[in-house]
Design a protein around this ligand. Structure first.
Ligand SMILES: [Zn+2]
Length: 504
């Protein structure tokens, strides 16, 4: 009797599709994954169902659109079926090792279905070494407040003050002995892989599901020196990286000025990807040494991309749904299958969990919105697809409920066109992705009427689709969880209350 297969899912925060070698990026960011891609199914157009993290992961783990339970619901609802809980129910041992993204915490329900759940940031958050408040001389502080108060009386002196204060802070920081590790606010991939590797080594013969979430390409960008050396930029010192990051993060700086730092910031970002790639190779070596690789299904993807001023924006705020933000790599390695590059159809990550379960011969929960495409994928095919992505426009702090109550932003994308619908001002624009892949020139309103009507029909069906029977229950459970958290209850104190709720 053959052993049931294990599953490893690696999600890399902020990983853009066009910054990995196996999708054509010329810089050597992913040498290991490029080799793995030769024996894997490569999805040229994997599209997230929401962006950023908090709008993306409900689809990745629970195959559910992020706003399906109501825009005020954050994360996975208590008892909501997930990839992990489906496998756990069928006898898989489940474990997650996360590099401390606060939106993937227990607070947001991401421990659902995991026997082991390690959120590294919650356990040992490094000190913020950039803080210099304690060192500040009180006389200087008083003088600074006096200068600030007076400078803010008009726009020009306020800008001058901010420039000088920024340079002063940078000079102050440069006097400290800095390291990339000391500057980085989250654990690098080697820490996560160390923990996952020791967990793998402790496992018996049971099939397992292991989820790793890596934060290395996330800002602020402080890659290990080895990763910089690997992409040919060993010359970048921690203090230069700190200066570029600080400059890149400044508010109210115009795009032209930010352009000065863009290439260096992209280099730091790319080195973060390189480090994730190196550590993924180490994880797979552990699987090989533990004799588990030959029966492990392995998938790697991103939760959303990252913007580097392509449309004047930085980071990954939900202000738009350009491909820089929603197009991610997806690579699926299935033992015994040769893999191939799949057709260029937009494969939504809403379909990832049901597809992975199908590969493992495990039925999907009925609550999953996505479908398995494994029958097509295993033949190297994909049918014609459209991918829907949604978020709340401008929602940058979802832990505050009021911040989640803005207007929906929705995109619908097929292989050739994309429609972006802003519910805030009731507008929709359409792009021709073949002739304008950068999405700089919306098509005139009368162009491509049949294609526009088709994408808008999908958008309408998406927002008007009736809720599933279980949605009110999950919504209620999620709202109660948040209510209990706000009352400072511990999660286990809330569970007896949540356990009382039944569907009628
Ligand atoms: Zn993210």
């Amino acid at each position: 009797m053959t052993r049931q297969r294990s599953l490893v899912l690696v999600t890399v925060d902020c990983l853009r599709a066009d910054h990995v070698g196996f999708l054509g990026y010329p810089r050597p960011t992913t040498p290991f994954l490029d080799t793995l891609a030769l024996h894997s199914y490569v999805f040229p157009s994997a599209i997230v169902a929401g962006a950023p993290t908090y709008f993306s992961f409900p689809a990745i783990l629970a195959s559910r659109f992020p706003l399906a339970l109501g825009r005020d619901v954050l994360g996975i609802a208590p008892t909501e079926p997930t990839l992990a809980s489906a496998l756990q129910a069928c006898g898989w041992t489940t474990a997650a090792f996360l590099a401390g993204n606060p939106y993937l915490s227990q607070r947001c329900g991401y421990d659902e279905g995991f026997d082991t759940f390690r959120d590294i940031l919650a356990e040992d958050l490094p000190c913020d070494s950039t803080s210099s408040e304690g060192e500040m001389d009180t006389h200087f502080t008083r003088l600074n407040r006096f200068l600030e108060r007076n400078a803010r009386r008009n726009e020009r002196t306020a800008a001058g003050y901010e420039e000088l204060y920024f340079l002063y802070c940078q000079w102050l920081a440069s006097r400290r002995q800095e390291t990339m590790e000391g500057l980085r606010p989250y654990p690098a991939a080697d820490t996560i892989v160390d923990q996952a590797s020791s967990w793998i080594s402790s496992q018996g013969d049971q099939p397992f599901f292991l989820w790793l979430h890596l934060m290395d390409p996330h800002h602020p960008y402080y890659p290990p020196e080895e990763a910089l050396a690997a992409i040919g930029r060993a010359d970048i010192s921690p203090s230069r990286a700190r200066f570029w990051n600080a400059s890149w993060s400044r508010g109210h700086i115009n795009c032209k000025r930010l352009q000065r730092y863009r290439d260096e910031i992209v280099t730091l970002y790319d080195a973060g990807i390189q480090w994730a790639d190196t550590q993924i190779s180490r994880l797979i070596r552990t699987l090989q040494h533990s004799c588990r690789w030959d029966d492990t299904v392995f998938a790697v993807t991103g939760d959303h991309g990252e913007e580097f001023l392509e449309h004047g924006r930085r980071f990954h705020a939900p202000e738009d749904l350009a491909d820089e933000l929603i197009h991610v790599p997806l690579l699926l390695r299935v033992p015994g299958m040769n893999g191939t590059i799949l057709p260029n159809e937009p494969f939504s990550l809403i379909h990832l969990a049901p597809t992975l379960l199908d590969v493992l011969d495990v039925p999907s929960p009925t609550t999953f919105r996505g479908a398995s495409y494994w029958p097509d994928i295993s033949k190297g095919q994909l049918p014609k697809l459209t991918a829907v992505t949604e978020c709340i426009e401008g929602c940058n702090n979802p832990l505050q409920r009021s911040n989640r109550l803005g207007q929906r932003l929705l995109s619908v994308r097929d292989a050739s066109y994309k429609v972006l619908v802003r519910f805030g001002n009731s507008t929709d624009i359409m792009f021709d992705l073949k002739n304008d892949p950068g999405e700089y020139c919306p098509l005139p309103r009368d162009a491509k009427p049949a294609e526009r009507a088709q994408l808008l029909r999908v958008a309408r069906e998406h927002v008007t689709s009736p809720p599933q029977a279980s949605d009110p229950e999950f919504r209620l459970r999620a709202c109660l969880r948040e209510f209990c958290q706000q009352l400072s209850f511990r999660r286990n104190a809330a569970e007896p209350l949540l356990g009382e709720i039944q569907v009628h």
